[in-house]
Design a binder for this molecule. Structure first.
Ligand code: S3P
Length: 226
């Protein structure tokens, strides 16, 4: 399939917003109560105030699957940053890594996410490395609510083993790579507004947990600004 190559994946630099990450307390939830999730929809939408919901977390955490379902529940548009990068570059993520290197991918990733967050409020699933970029964290904090889908090592490995489309895991020892990424990234992912445990349960339970945690976070945020 032919994709038009977008400016934001070429070397043109986009403007960046710099702001401080939210100082509100983060809200953490576990997957428990699945009652009446739809009651939260109207509250979430009204309190989002034209911001996006941005899913972050490691490869295999379920960002795309959960994000798509969450968007459907909230009747919001959904985008997957890696898919948008592939459209913008006219190449797959593995091809970009192979032909241009990781830094080129990261530069494009930053610009594409910046564009997606400026365009319109949406549910956005980001690639696992995106939130490690300080500019991207600032853009997300300014334009969205960040949700860290946190999964344990075994679940991440179980899921990523099913596909071979992740250049970082093309290693003799993908377990060691994943362990290192957990150590490096979890402290940074910890800056997210919300943490939701991504467990090995039906996806809809995780979606409900996201909605409940979002609703609580937005309610607290509103109270803090009252
Ligand atoms: C990456 C995660 C991938 C993709 C790229 C790099 C990372 O996305 O962006 O392979 O650095 O963790 P997923 O997290 O959606 O697999």
């Amino acid at each position: 399939m032919f994709y038009g190559i977008r400016q934001d994946f070429l070397l043109e630099l986009a403007d960046h917003h710099v702001n401080q990450a939210s100082t509100l307390n983060r809200v953490q939830t576990t997957v428990t109560d699945t009652s009446k999730p739809d009651e939260n929809v109207a509250d979430i939408l009204s309190r989002l105030n034209d911001r996006s919901i941005v899913l972050i977390g490691l490869m295999g955490a379920g960002k795309t699957t959960i994000g798509r379902r969450l968007a459907k529940k909230l009747n919001m548009p959904f985008a997957d940053a890696d898919t948008e990068i592939e459209k913008a570059a006219g190449k797959t993520v593995p091809e970009i890594f192979e032909e241009h290197g990781e830094q080129y991918f990261r530069d494009g990733e930053r610009r594409v996410i910046d564009r997606l967050l400026q365009e319109q409020p949406r549910v956005l699933a980001t690639g696992g490395g995106a939130y490690m970029n300080a500019d991207t964290r600032s853009t997300i904090a300014l334009n969205g609510i960040s949700v860290w889908l946190k999964a344990d090592f075994d679940l991440l490995m179980k899921r990523v083993r099913k596909r071979s489309n992740r250049p970082l895991l093309k290693s003799d020892d993908p377990e060691a790579v994943m362990q290192k990424l957990i150590e490096e990234r979890y402290p940074v992912y910890g800056e997210a507004n919300i943490v939701v445990e991504s467990k090995d349960v039906p996806h809809d339970q995780i979606v409900v947990a996201c909605m409940e945690t979002l609703a609580r976070h937005l309610c607290r945020e509103e109270a803090a600004h009252a």
